[in-house]
Design a protein around this ligand. Structure first.
Ligand code: MG
Length: 345
């Protein structure tokens, strides 16, 4: 099988602000895996906060290419996913790209969409939240207007005064809110006060309120919280989830953290067994990785898969939105389609 890559800059429609920084562009490395005249695509999304650099991602992809070129697609996907997972430690985004591309290719080879190939029911009428980054009141108002079709908004908090931020949002909309603090609060009494206040403002859940290392404080807050507390930065892979020890009531699963769909599915099954809520999220991904994740949306309690709405130059199309609900493409494999020229041949 032949593996090649394309290094790409996704350009944001609006500069994207979270509690730590604001960005105008974001890097994704797209991969193409070819066998028997069929092609599977994948994406490694590399926002700076992920801590995975393009150089190490490309080095991993080159190692993977050297391994894959000796094989055809005549072994089970599991063989390749196991072998690639052990090529180097880390490189979660590169592993996610390979996981997506292999599943896409194998779906196409078997003539089935990914969900049918895996025995997963397609999501039916699943609403997604749409994310509103930190911004001026005027820009917030514009973004809220642009998100009119969506039923739930996700607010990036962790500002100097988050109560004021919510009051500002409430001047423009009374929709339910997911609030993502991105580790921005640290005093447990203050956190609990914020959660109690937000529970009265039609906030539905709060994501990663405290820094990752404050595990005991986070458990103290979760025991008392009127709202679901969702781990994002604190839980990347299945092993983190197994060690979470009730510090949160739910987790936000993302392909770029979990190394792809295979481990994301294992994490979902673990959550179902242990009464942990499941949120499916994305990083600054194109329609490639976001469409892949959307195949699992029927198994989630909360879905936050809005990233394709953020760019002016998404090279893929796939997942679409109707009245704030997700619509999956029906084609074989992941169902996404490359619409820009990313490879010369
Ligand atoms: Mg988050």
């Amino acid at each position: 099988m032949d593996l090649s890559f394309s290094n790409y800059q996704l350009v944001f429609k609006h500069p994207f602000g979270v509690s730590s920084n604001t960005r105008r562009e974001t890097t994704s490395i797209f991969i193409r895996l070819q066998a028997e005249n069929l092609v599977g695509y994948g994406e490694a999304c590399l926002p700076p906060y992920l801590g995975e650099r393009p150089e190490e991602t490309l080095a991993f992809i080159e190692k993977a290419a050297a391994f894959l070129k000796d094989f055809g697609p005549d072994r089970p996907a599991k063989f390749f996913l196991d072998a690639l997972g052990q090529l180097s430690p880390g490189c979660h985004a590169a592993k996610a790209a390979l996981d997506i591309a292999i599943h896409d290719l194998y779906g196409k080879l078997s003539g089935l969409p990914y969900g049918a190939m895996m025995g997963i029911d397609p999501p039916v009428m699943v609403p997604t939240s749409v994310t509103i980054g930190i911004d001026s009141e005027e820009k917030l108002a514009t973004k809220i207007r642009e998100a009119e079709a969506f039923k739930i908004l996700k607010i990036k908090a962790g500002t100097k005064d988050d109560k004021e931020l919510i009051r500002t949002i409430r001047r423009y909309t009374d929709k339910p809110l997911y609030v993502d603090v991105n580790q921005g609060w640290s005093d447990k009494n203050m956190v609990l006060d914020q959660l109690n206040w937000m529970a009265e403002q039609n906030v539905v859940l709060v994501e990663q309120p405290m820094p990752m290392h404050l595990v005991d404080e986070m458990r103290w807050v979760t025991e008392r919280s009127p709202l679901p507390t969702i781990a994002d930065e604190s839980v990347k892979r299945l092993s983190d989830l197994e060690n979470m020890n009730e510090a949160f009531t739910g987790i936000n699963i993302k392909l770029m953290k979990s190394t792809g769909l295979r481990e994301a599915l294992k994490m979902i099954h673990y959550c179902k067994k242990n009464n942990i809520q499941v949120m499916l999220g994305c990083m600054a991904e194109s329609s490639c990785a976001t469409t892949a994740m959307a195949h699992l949306a029927g198994m989630a309690d909360f879905v936050d898969l809005d990233a394709p709405l953020l760019y002016t130059n998404d090279p893929f199309e796939g997942l679409s939105y109707e009245d704030g609900f997700l619509l999956l493409p029906k084609e074989n494999g992941m169902g996404f389609r490359l619409k820009s020229q990313l490879w010369s041949s």
